[in-house]
Design a protein around this ligand. Structure first.
Ligand SMILES: Nc1ncnc2c1ncn2[C@@H]1O[C@H](COP(=O)(O)OP(=O)(O)OP(=O)(O)O)[C@@H](O)[C@H]1O
Length: 435
C-alpha cells in the first residue's frame, strides 16, 4: 500500500504575509515562504527595518507550513506581544508583535489588510487616547469630519459616542451651525415622532402650537441621534426618508420640508443582529452604516488609562499628584464595564472621598492588592501584581483547554515551552502535555 498522501486530501498550504503597522516602515508588507527570516536594522537581515529602536538582529521568524515561531535574538529593547515580553512565541494569525516602535503582524495573504495610518494626535474633540486603537479612530474621525456624509458610531456605553459626535460636528464645515442631540432611548415612544419631525397645532392631544422637530431645529448643522437602535420600527421609514432626501413632514402636516442637516447616529447595540431579528430595518441600517466608527471598550486599551486619568484630573482642576501611584496601578487593572464614564466617576469620587471610593474588585483582583503590597516599593508591588495576573490567567486558560498544554499555548499565542515554564513557576499542573 502506498504511503504517499493523496494530494486531494492535503490541505492547501496557507500563504502568509508580514505586515508592518507602525514605525518607520509602516505600510510595508512581505510575503512569507516556508523558511526562516531574520528581522532587524542590519542590512544583512532578510527583512531590514529602518526603526532605530529596533536592534540590528532583533527577531527571527521560523515559518513552517502550519505555524510561525517568533524568537527574540537577544534584542536590546525586547520583543512584545499583547504587552508581554517574550523570548519565543508561536504567533497567532493577526497577533500584534512590537519591536521598539515598530508593530507588525502575520496575516493570511488572502486578507487585504486595510492599514489605517495612526493619527499623530492623541485627542479628537473631547476624546483623548494614545493607544493604537484610538489613534486609528482619530485618523478616521479627522477624515470623515471634513466631509458631509452621515456617520454611525458604535460602541459600548460610556465609550465616548456623544463626545465623538460633538467632535465630528466641531471639526466639520457645519461647526457654526446648531448641534442638536436627540436621545431616542429617553423619549416615550408616543413622542418620538414629534420630537424628531415636529408637529402642527392640534396634531394630537397636547399639541397646542406648531413646533419644529430636531431635524428642522438643526438646519444648517448636525443632528446627533443617540441610541438610534431604539427607534420604534414604525418610525424607521420616516428616518430613512430624511437620510435619503433630507425631507421631513411634521406630524399632522401634509407637505414635506427640506432640511440641510448632517446626521450622526450612535448605538451600543449590535444593529446587524437587530436586522437579522427583524427589530431594525435593513435598508435603514445600510443607509446609516455607510461610514462607521467603532469606539473600542476601555478594557481593550488599558494603555489609555494613564492619559485619561491625567486629563480627568486636569478637567477637575487637580494636579496629577492627586492620585497615588498605587491607586493609579489599581485603576489600570480594573476591567471597567462602564468604560470611560465609569473611570471618570471613580476618579471624581476618589479625589473627593479617598481610596475607599475605589471600585469593588473580584476576590482574585483584590487579593493582588493586599495592604502589604500597597506599602511595598512600587517596582516590587508591580511585579507581585503581574505574578498574580499570570497565575490567574494560566489557571483559567488551563481550565478552558481541559489541561491540554498544546491547546493552551495555541489559544494564548504563547510558545509551549513558555507555558510550561510559567506552569512550573506557579506550581500548576497540566493533565495533558503532548510532545
Ligand atoms: N476617550 C475619552 N476621552 C475623554 N473622556 C471620555 C472619553 N470617552 C468617554 N469619556 C467621558 O465619558 C463620559 C461618557 O461619554 P459619552 O457620554 O460620550 O459616552 P457614550 O458612549 O455616549 O455613552 P452612552 O452610550 O451611555 O450614552 C463623558 O462624560 C466623557 O467625559
Amino acid at each position: 500500500m502506498s504511503t504517499t498522501p493523496d494530494p486531494e486530501v492535503l490541505l492547501p498550504m496557507l500563504r502568509r504575509k508580514l505586515v508592518i503597522l507602525s514605525g518607520s516602515d509602516a505600510g510595508r508588507s512581505f510575503s512569507l515562504q516556508v523558511r526562516n527570516y531574520r528581522l532587524g536594522t542590519d542590512p544583512a537581515c532578510d527583512i531590514v527595518l529602518n526603526d532605530r529602536t529596533v536592534s540590528r538582529q532583533h527577531l527571527s521568524l521560523e515559518v513552517r507550513e502550519d505555524r510561525v515561531l517568533a524568537r527574540d535574538l537577544g534584542s536590546r529593547n525586547g520583543s512584545f506581544c499583547e504587552r508581554m515580553r517574550f523570548r519565543e512565541l508561536e504567533l497567532r494569525m493577526g497577533a500584534i508583535v512590537r519591536l521598539g516602535a515598530t508593530e507588525l503582524k502575520v496575516v493570511p495573504t488572502e486578507v487585504r489588510e486595510h492599514i489605517i495610518p495612526l493619527s499623530s494626535d492623541t485627542w479628537f474633540g473631547g476624546l483623548v487616547g494614545g493607544s493604537r486603537r484610538m489613534r486609528e479612530v482619530f485618523t478616521l474621525l479627522q477624515r470623515l469630519a471634513a466631509g458631509d456624509a452621515d456617520v454611525l458610531i458604535q460602541g459600548e456605553t460610556g465609550t465616548g459616542k456623544e463626545l465623538c459626535a460633538a467632535g465630528i460636528h466641531a471639526a466639520s464645515p457645519r461647526s457654526r451651525g446648531p448641534f442638536s442631540i436627540v436621545d431616542v432611548a429617553g423619549i416615550t415612544p408616543s413622542l418620538v415622532e414629534s420630537e424628531l419631525f415636529g408637529h402642527v397645532k392640534g396634531a394630537f392631544t397636547g399639541a397646542h402650537s406648531e413646533r419644529p422637530g430636531a431635524f428642522e431645529q438643526a438646519d444648517g448643522g448636525t443632528v446627533f441621534l443617540d441610541e438610534v437602535g431604539e427607534l420604534p420600527l414604525e418610525f424607521q421609514p420616516r428616518l430613512l426618508r430624511v437620510l435619503e432626501g433630507r425631507q421631513v413632514k411634521r406630524v399632522g402636516a401634509n407637505e414635506y420640508r427640506t432640511v440641510n442637516v448632517r446626521v450622526v447616529a450612535a448605538t451600543h447595540r449590535d444593529l446587524e443582529a437587530d436586522v437579522k431579528a427583524g427589530r431594525f430595518r435593513e435598508d435603514l441600517f445600510h443607509r446609516l452604516a455607510v461610514l462607521r466608527v467603532t469606539l473600542p471598550p476601555l478594557r481593550e486599551r488599558p494603555e489609555d488609562i494613564p492619559l485619561l486619568v491625567d486629563t480627568m484630573l486636569e478637567r477637575l482642576g487637580r494636579p496629577p499628584s492627586a492620585l497615588s501611584e498605587q491607586t493609579r496601578a489599581l485603576l489600570e487593572q480594573y476591567p471597567w464595564p462602564g468604560n470611560v464614564r465609569e473611570l471618570r466617576n471613580v476618579v471624581q469620587r476618589v479625589v473627593n472621598l479617598g481610596e475607599q471610593a475605589l471600585p469593588e474588585m473580584s476576590a482574585s483582583e483584590r487579593a493582588r492588592f493586599t495592604s502589604v503590597e500597597l506599602e511595598m516599593p512600587f517596582k516590587e508591588a508591580k511585579e507581585r501584581l503581574i505574578d498574580g495576573f499570570e497565575r490567574d490567567y494560566l489557571k483559567n486558560l488551563l481550565e478552558r483547554c481541559g489541561g491540554n498544554i498544546s491547546r493552551a499555548s495555541r489559544e494564548a499565542g504563547l510558545a509551549r515551552l513558555y507555558v510550561r515554564k510559567l506552569l512550573k513557576k506557579y506550581g500548576l499542573h497540566a493533565s495533558k502535555d503532548s510532545e
